[in-house]
Design a protein around this ligand. Structure first.
Ligand code: GTP
Ligand code: MG
Ligand code: ZN
Length: 291
């Protein structure tokens, strides 16, 4: 038995990398009956039957896992948003951040297509995130601007690149490694939609680590407990030691440090309002589950 990492999953096959060789494997029957499906990113034990191909037999315990995109064991997530085409969507960004931080994954916000907008304006819009302590990178894949910081971010890490369809994830990967040549989603005038949208998750070696290109999407389910939402905001979590109540949800509780920070404009109203909408969603979900 050998141990390797699943770098791609496609049509029932798992591509397992071990010592620089990729083995095409199927999952043993037992994976069909239980809730555990192998994921890209998994470290697995596998057999080699013939021609270097074999079977995935067992999955090692995961450090973390995401449902969308389906991937495990990541160190950090590049949350890719375009400054324009499609327009920057801060509600979706906040939703993303909650999800990523709830899995203890380091987020890096990456704003693409900076050639299409006024740089100062976008940086002003992103100021609340900068002040909250998020890492933000501004790039243009077309002109190769802003890539050096990203290259340093990627070094020796396992990074998942995620974001809406058409924001420029695959283009970013191509500009980081010119040999990759991934097909990108040029919007076809005739079809009115992209032609080469990414359809599967795949890990690629880059700068001593791995990077995963993933398919884009337009919506995300949270599926979190209310308190998970509260603690997944790293700046709210730090402030919460000053809230009067332990386990404060920063909603209707009195003497809440987060609400005070919002009133003092240390936390932006917009971020806080998005937070309240996620909290409401989590409470409704909990009610549905437990009655
Ligand atoms: N102006 C400009 N356009 C860009 C830039 N980066 C990407 N694009 C364009 O944006 C479109 C979508 O790019 P992709 O890289 O395929 O986007 P994606 O996020 O991988 O899309 P999905 O695979 O569908 O999720 C393409 O037409 C690219 O040429 C950029 O820096 N500037
Ligand atoms: Mg793509
Ligand atoms: Zn509070």
């Amino acid at each position: 038995m050998k141990t390797g990492r699943i770098i791609k999953a496609l049509s029932g096959f798992y591509y397992v990398e071990c010592d620089g060789i990729v083995h095409t494997c199927r999952a043993r029957g037992k994976f069909r009956n239980i809730d555990l499906k192998p994921l890209v990113g998994d470290i697995c034990d596998f057999t080699i039957e013939d021609d270097n191909d074999g079977y995935v037999m067992a999955i090692h315990e995961r450090r973390n896992e995401l449902i969308r995109p389906p991937i495990s064991n990541v160190d950090q997530a590049l949350l890719v948003f375009s400054a324009k085409e499609p327009d920057l969507n801060l509600l979706l960004l906040d939703r993303f951040l909650v999800l990523i931080e709830s899995e203890f994954i380091q987020p890096i916000i990456c704003i693409t297509k900076m050639d299409l907008v006024d740089e100062e304006e976008i940086k002003r819009i992103m100021l609340p995130y900068e002040r909250a302590g998020y890492i933000i990178r501004y790039i243009c894949s077309k002109k190769g601007i802003g890539l050096d910081l990203i290259k340093a971010d990627l070094k020796d890490n396992m990074t998942v690149v995620t974001g809406q369809s058409g924001v420029g994830k695959s283009s970013l990967l191509n500009s980081l490694d010119l040999k990759l040549n991934i097909e990108t989603n040029e919007i076809s005038k005739a079809l009115g939609r992209g032609k080469h949208t990414t359809r599967h998750v795949e890990l690629m070696r880059m700068y001593g680590g791995y990077i995963a290109d993933t398919p884009g999407f337009s919506s995300l389910d949270l599926n979190l407990e209310p308190l998970d939402v509260a603690v997944s905001y790293h700046d709210f979590r730090e402030l919460s030691t000053k809230c009067k109540f332990r386990g404060c949800l920063h909603d209707s509780e009195p003497k809440c440090a987060v609400k005070e920070a919002v009133e003092n404009d240390d936390i932006s109203k917009e971020r806080y309002e998005h937070y309240l909408s996620f909290l409401k969603e989590a409470k409704e979900l909990k009610e549905k589950k437990y009655g």
